[in-house]
Write a protein that binds this ligand. Structure first.
Ligand SMILES: NC(=O)C1=CN([C@@H]2O[C@H](COP(=O)(O)OP(=O)(O)OC[C@H]3O[C@@H](n4cnc5c(N)ncnc54)[C@H](OP(=O)(O)O)[C@@H]3O)[C@@H](O)[C@H]2O)C=CC1
Ligand SMILES: Nc1nc(=O)c2c([nH]1)NC[C@@H]1CN(c3ccc(C(=O)N[C@@H](CCC(=O)O)C(=O)O)cc3)C=[N+]21
Length: 298
């Protein structure tokens, strides 16, 4: 088919690489100056293959950046109390600077209780209530990684948010809800859609900025993308398929994130940057504000 209006792709892979180079340089400097390398603890409950893959990917990316990672794997039969104890132990361990508890945990576990066992200064994944509140009020703290990565991508591509209608499809605690708060802080007019939303298509069609965070392959139809819209596909479904029908959407959007190569790599870049920042603070060094901004990284 002849496509005259193909959208520009938002290159998450490239931007994430530049941010991660800065994190790696900063990690090396911290290790030289203090004799201690930044350390991220990853916690995984159960053996969901997708989650196993994500955690392995995050640990590999840490290793490449000079961040030590320590893995805690727990059986799917773990109770809330046991998981809270395991996370609390990491919160108290001075050798651990950041903690990532992989979401989702098995449904019998109170995930919120487990997240809240993460010490605030180690919440590099930005999942605690305190981090959420700080982020929502524009106060210092760690952002939720995927939302933080999405905002950094929008900034990189000079997307103007003020007064524009941002529609977020999904309201999970680590993705939909926080990205909406960040868009609101950027003066967008924000609408959240979720499983109880009526006439979702008509709301999606109004979006100047559309964030898809549902977890259903090609859930957003390309025909419903407003011409000229900026489309952020945070979905990451089995087979590397996003939540947006990319083929059709990219003929209508002005900017669009590919899957893979869009939001996913940015999530990990933010995680590493925040881990290095957490380590610097806990080791008595100042934070380096330029890590995430990556100005002059090339
Ligand atoms: N690239 C990355 O770094 C990351 C990618 N992801 C991906 O993003 C997607 C979403 O993840 P996550 O937020 O954790 O998922 P959750 O399952 O926690 O949340 C899904 C959200 O989608 C909503 N939803 C479900 N079905 C519908 C529907 N039919 N119509 C409208 N809304 C619906 C739910 O609504 P309700 O609240 O009413 O149930 C819920 O708010 C997944 O593909 C995941 O893999 C997630 C995290 C990071
Ligand atoms: N507490 C918590 N924090 C999370 O940040 C979190 C989580 N739980 N649970 C699961 C989701 C999923 N997630 C991804 C991260 C990176 C890619 C990623 O890098 N994807 C690459 C492709 C990588 C490949 O498949 O080779 C890409 O999109 O280009 C994907 C998905 C983080 N999550």
């Amino acid at each position: 088919m002849h496509q005259t209006h193909a959208a520009r792709l938002m290159d998450g892979t490239g931007l994430a690489r530049r941010i991660t180079e800065r994190s790696a340089a900063r990690a090396a400097q911290i290790t030289r100056d203090t004799g201690t390398a930044p350390c991220l603890a990853t916690v995984l409950v159960g053996d969901d293959p997708a989650s196993v893959t994500y955690v392995r990917m995050k640990r590999a990316r840490c290793e490449k950046a000079g961040i030590v990672s320590r893995h805690v794997g727990l059986p799917s039969t773990t109770t809330t109390a046991e998981l809270v104890d395991a996370v609390s132990a990491l919160s108290q361990d001075p050798q651990v600077h950041g903690i990532l508890l992989q979401h989702p945990v098995p449904s019998h576990i109170d995930e919120r209780a487990a997240f809240e066992a993460i010490a605030p200064e180690k919440d590099v994944d930005g999942v605690t209530m305190r981090s959420f509140a700080a982020m929502s009020f524009g106060l210092p703290g760690f952002v939720s990684c995927t939302p933080g990565g999405i905002m950094r991508l929008l900034e990189e591509y000079d997307v103007d948010l003020a007064g524009r209608h941002a529609v977020v499809v999904g309201r999970s605690a680590i993705l939909g809800k926080p990205v909406g708060m960040l868009l609101l802080a950027g003066n967008a007019t924000v609408t959240y859609c979720h499983s109880r939303t009526k006439d979702l298509e008509s709301i999606v069609r109004q979006a100047d900025i559309l964030v898809a965070a549902v977890g259903r392959p090609q859930f957003i139809r390309g025909e419903d993308v407003k011409p000229g819209a900026v489309v952020i596909d945070a979905g990451y479904n089995p087979g590397n398929v996003g939540d947006v029908d990319f083929e059709t959407a990219q003929t209508r959007a002005s900017l669009i994130t590919p899957v893979p190569g869009g939001v996913g790599p940015m999530t990990i870049a933010v995680l590493l940057a925040q881990t290095v920042d957490a380590a610097a603070r806990q080791l008595g060094l100042g934070p380096d504000r330029r890590v995430l901004s990556c100005d002059g990284a090339r």
